[in-house]
Design a protein around this ligand. Structure first.
Ligand SMILES: CC(=O)[C@@H](O)[C@H](O)COP(=O)(O)O
Ligand SMILES: NCC(=O)COP(=O)(O)O
Length: 238
């Protein structure tokens, strides 16, 4: 069974950088070091308001990322143009409105099938692997297949919220959603609010999990524990 890849989301490095007008911490250097410390990929989510990762960061990162480069975001015209120009390894489509404080829902792949089909086809035509951010709902997963996407990303906030109280109850919808995805021939990624506390149980219970993308908790842990140590701690849980 192939190992689950750890994609480090560096949005929050850019959050600190943007607190002042300079270039400290350096977003490019954080990606180069994250890869050197064992990251299997780098994820960024350039939001329309530029609150953290900016389009210019994405172009700079394209020049240095040597592992898998995953760009997440809502498929606006600007976002589509950026991604097709940069040609990352993967694009992850997220339904976030511009004002969302963070990603807080997966796609309604039934209602948005035609919209997503057209966008997925454009990215695949450009040679970019596609992933669609979804809730762990079997019908949503089946409808995601009809968009032509290569993968889904399971939105794991509900797992993170429920984990400490009842891990088995929290993971159950994700086990079923991953089973349906495998039936449909979809690759399974996962992300949002994964952490040192909840990651191992998730990864152990979701067979054939291709990738986890982790940012907020990992970068926060790195403030206490150091980036190299933190990445190694997360990798040991996969
Ligand atoms: C899609 C998802 O859950 C995260 O990748 C998201 O990018 C987090 O965004 P913020 O870092 O802006 O909270
Ligand atoms: N796709 C999830 C991601 O990239 C990071 O989410 P989070 O760990 O910052 O919640």
């Amino acid at each position: 069974m192939t190992m689950t890849k750890l994609s480090v989301n560096i949005n929050k490095v850019a959050t600190i950088r943007n607190a002042r007008a300079g270039n400290i911490p350096n977003v490019v250097l954080s990606a180069v070091n994250a890869e050197r410390f064992g990251a299997d990929g780098i994820t960024v989510h350039p939001r329309p308001d530029g609150r953290h990762i900016r389009y210019s960061d994405v172009c700079d990162l394209k020049e240095v990322v040597t592992t898998e480069f995953n760009i997440e975001g809502y498929p606006s015209d600007d976002f589509i143009e950026l991604v097709i120009g940069v040609k990352p390894t993967q694009v992850t489509l997220v339904p976030d409105p511009p004002t969302a404080i963070t990603s807080n829902a997966g796609w309604d792949t039934v209602k948005n099938r035609e919209f997503l089909q057209e966008i997925v086809a454009r990215f695949k035509q450009a040679g970019i692997r596609t992933s669609i951010f979804v809730e762990p709902d079997p019908e949503t997963v089946r409808a995601a297949k009809l968009t032509g996407t290569d993968r889904i990303e399971l939105y794991t906030e509900s797992y993170a919220i429920g984990y400490s109280e009842d891990p088995q109850k929290a993971i159950a919808p994700f086990i079923e959603a991953a089973r349906v995805a495998a039936e449909e021939g979809l690759g399974v990624n996962a992300g949002h609010d994964l952490s040192l506390e909840n990651l191992e149980f998730f990864a152990k219970n979701i067979p054939n999990l291709c990738e986890v993308s982790i940012g907020h908790a990992l970068i926060s842990d790195a403030l206490y524990l150091g980036l190299e140590n933190t990445i190694q701690m997360y990798k040991r849980l996969l």
